[in-house]
Design a protein around this ligand. Structure first.
Ligand code: NIG
Ligand code: FE
Length: 427
């Protein structure tokens, strides 16, 4: 296949895998090449850096990467950026957030902190259902404004790609409203929407099975028709959705062409991880409660374990066995789980810090978890997550060192963020 044809094929795949937004590469008619030189490049495994490196970007992707004294003669970049020995590494991918919601649950946090459990609050109509009531009432314009603020908070920390789950409306009209608002968010961030209608049982339904049947027959087809999401999530947990009931729904979602991700084994050995592995979900998220057998099965699968330690901090629960997963060879990603209930922070530095302090992850493992492995969790690792030829030119450049990241909670060292080769302007 010629270079041009394969580029066209890649772009077609991109359009298929994720509804287009501003950060979807375009086939520019007049493509030009830009050289970035004098940079210190982090190795693919983040274990070392190499000076006097350069790369060339064309059509929003890397087309050449190497020592700057070895630029191939046939490449003729029209533009040049001198990065003055700044460190360059891939930008961050936030692979698990519930960034679209209305209201606040700060008062519930005080209750939880003084002894009422998450499940008790949920059973009394609080928790997810309290956010649901506010979110159903919210006007799209207000949701858009609030969510755009969340997006901007992530962008400032070097996040170029952001997953956003629906799941705080729990009916056809309002879940669609949320996903339509996600479509209206302003880039340059790339958004990956996920449908999480199966987050909790809404008051209109008596049984989880009935509600899941409604989601499968009424809501999923509409999402497909309007191309609002390509991924389906579910919260598998005792008192939420049981694994047995969930399986039928997830298989139906797959039949309709959706990829799967599962909130699994957050509060107990709920069967969520087993199901994620059985159905070859893109990811099983939280994954706190794992037997040695499940760790082994994880390592033999393509499913990514997306670990969310900031939520574990707020929930005062155990941290997931990241070390065991990594040592067994499983793919581990990290994310915030930003949401109004169990994780009201958007702080990537805190997530990485907790992974290092509490989960014995090394700094290179944290960087990998927030870039390449996060891309794999979202099924976009063929498009981004690494500084590599043919991948999107999404990167961070900074005068800081790798060691300065994921070190100080609430703090991202000064840096520039480039998305598809373009420098993101500060807001
Ligand atoms: O990932 N566990 C389910 N969903 C969210 C929490 C949702 C909420 O409490 O609002 C989570 O922790
Ligand atoms: Fe979550």
């Amino acid at each position: 296949m010629s270079k041009k044809n394969s580029a066209m094929k890649r772009n077609a795949e991109t359009r298929k895998s994720v509804p287009p937004n501003k950060a979807t590469p375009k086939n520019k008619a007049n493509s030009s090449q830009t050289l970035f030189k004098n940079l210190k490049l982090a190795a693919q495994d983040f274990k070392s850096t190499q000076e006097k490196m350069a790369f060339i970007i064309e059509n929003e992707k890397f087309v050449w990467i190497g020592p700057q004294n070895k630029i191939p003669k046939n490449l003729k970049p029209q533009k040049e950026h001198d990065l003055k020995n700044q460190l360059v590494f891939p930008s961050f991918i936030e692979s698990h957030t519930h960034s679209i919601f209305a209201g606040s649950r700060a008062a519930e946090f005080e209750m939880r902190n003084t002894g009422v459990s998450y499940l008790e609050i949920a059973q009394k109509g609080g928790g997810i259902l309290s956010t649901m009531r506010k979110t159903r009432e919210a006007l799209p314009a207000d949701l858009l404004k609030k969510t755009q603020n969340h997006v901007d908070q992530f962008l400032k920390q070097g996040v170029s790609t952001l997953e956003i789950k629906s799941g705080y409306a729990l009916d056809l009209k309002n879940e669609i409203k949320l996903l339509q608002v996600v479509q209206k968010l302003k880039g340059p961030t790339r958004f990956i929407p996920t449908f999480l209608g199966a987050h909790a049982l809404p008051p209109e339904f008596k049984t989880h099975a009935e509600y899941l049947n409604y989601l499968a027959t009424k809501v999923l087809p509409e999402i497909k028709k309007q191309q609002l999401a390509q991924r389906v999530d579910i919260f598998i947990e005792n008192k939420f959705f049981e694994a047995d009931t969930a399986e039928k729904f997830l298989i139906e979602a797959q039949k309709q062409g959706f990829q799967l991700t599962i909130h699994a084994n957050q509060l107990s050995l709920s069967g969520g991880v087993d199901l994620a592995l059985k159905l070859q979900a893109q990811s099983a998220d939280h994954a706190i409660h794992l037997t040695d057998d499940l760790v082994k099965k994880f390592s033999q699968s393509k499913t990514v374990a997306v670990l969310l330690p900031a939520a574990d901090l707020y929930m005062k629960c155990a941290y997931p066995p990241a070390r065991k997963l990594l040592d067994a060879g499983a793919t581990v990603a990290l994310a915030t789980d930003f949401n109004p209930g169990t994780c009201p922070t958007q702080d990537l530095a805190l997530v990485g810090l907790l992974a290092r302090l509490e989960m014995k992850m090394t700094l290179p493992e944290v960087f990998t978890a927030y870039t390449k492995s996060a891309a794999k969790a979202l099924g976009i690792d063929h498009e981004e997550g690494e500084i590599a030829v043919n991948k999107r030119a999404n990167f961070i450049s900074t005068n800081a060192d790798l060691e300065d990241f994921f070190y100080s909670a609430g703090y991202t060292p000064d840096h520039l963020l480039f998305i598809c080769g373009d420098r993101v302007k500060r807001t």
